[in-house]
Design a protein around this ligand. Sequence first.
Ligand code: ADP
Ligand code: MG
Length: 547
Amino acid sequence: INQLIIRERDRSTLISEACRLLVANRGYRAAMIILINEEGGPESWAMQGIASDSSELAEMLEQGTLPSCCGHVPAEEGVLLVENRKTVCKSCPIADMCADSQSLCAELAHEGKSFGYLAAAAEKHLDVDSDEKNLFRETAEDFAYAVNVMNIENARKKFESEHEKLQSQLLQAQKMESVGRLAGGVAHDFNNMLSVITGYAELAVNEIPQENPLHSDLQEILNAARRSADITRQLLAFARQQAISPEVLDLNETVENMMKMLRRLIGEDIDLSWNPSPGLWCVRMDPSQLDQILANLCVNARDAIKDVGRITMETSNITFDEEYCSDHPGFKPGEYVLLAVSDNGRGMDRETSDKIFEPFFTTKEVGKGTGLGLAMIYGIVKQNNGFINVYSEVGRGTTFRIYLPRHEGDLQHSKVPAAKDVPRAGGETVLLVEDEPAILKLAGTILKRLGYKVLQTSSPIEAVSLAKEHTGEIDLLITDVVMPDMNGRDLAERLLTGYPEMKILYMSGYTSNAIAHHGVLDEGVNFLQKPFSSRDLGIRVRRALDS
Ligand code: ADP
Ligand code: MG
């Protein structure tokens, strides 16, 4: 038994082996070890010899009750030789089986702590004297010592693995955060340049007749610039710096409206099934973000399917309680709407799925994948206080689950109809403030061509004096949000005192806290995302003026 105690590192093997040895080598008719939990109830046990197959005893232990002899062990002595069977064994299901043996029970005690009980049935003829009782108690204490060592060891292991898990989660979060900041910064500066490229190419293309070969050259420049703008848009989404205008949405309805587009995207060889769950709660998010999420998930699913296959989209309501969240790091308790997209494609291994949300991670050939799709989805989901989770098995398929927080409230249909043609000026005056000279010049040119009277400056301080000197009305202020001397919002506030009727249109490559909280625009703010086309600018200006 001492060897067993030193060698064995598994609790259940320890106690079952110990019982076997006690019966085989010490001549007990039965041996039983019960380990107890924090509350003092039976947690695990082992038995050998008579009564070891008693289903009544097992059932009693399952239900959390200890055999009655355990409760009669005198505390100071630590061991009991049952003499008064009538009282001690009264409610015990194996009382009859022990009746013609001498029953011993000792506490597994170590340093004042109890780990459970050791019980045994000795032959009637054996002389159970005080030496025998002491030996029995010492054996129980040795077990207690071994169990204590194992508990400490297990706690240490658990702590270490949890620590490791947390550490790697933290590292991952930090990495995503810094990559996000880098990506967002690059995208922001790049956006300004793209605005200029797109803007001038658009202006030029409109001046040149179609049959001129320069026309199609310029058209190519425009196409490339638009594709680049797509990339910066995705980077900004990943960095959570994309300006959004959330609306209350019924996901079932929004997804339904996208089905035609998604079917076209995935082609004819792949089945797309759609299982909306009835009575779905509302969410509040920017519908264009939902487009981005679904389009990207479906394209990825399509790419993972070799020839024919199936993509399934479903929705449902789901509530996470504290308990669920403590088992699932990163999840917060609350009510959520689940949007799941599954495919039966090739799936991915652990190494891949650990990296998929990182920007530029792709397993696709050069030119096929950018590695930005899931990074963008990750950013969008975070920006909307949701979670995303992926489950995948190699060769079987993948499921992405997106949980978006429930929005308490009703649907409100307040969509502005999209303008077809770029609306022109009706004699209005616009004050344009933008610290990037190339964009200032471009926007000024576009606005003048649309027929607006334009006052323009690259400095907010100068804008204040321009406004003071100006004698007529100023109908609209178009201003960058982040500028060196004064931010766009402060500028607007100062100008509003002189021109209380003036409308405001902010433009920016990303949102700043001046007009948004965590990228979510304040209610009623007119906003133009850079890079913009001349068409975007024309439409937004008209909309702001008419708002
Ligand atoms: P991209 O599609 O440009 O490669 P994504 O960020 O959209 O970039 O995806 C990153 C990688 O994640 C993919 O290259 C692919 O390896 C993996 N992946 C994404 N979705 C799936 C899926 N449904 N099944 C298998 N692998 C996937
Ligand atoms: Mg993709």
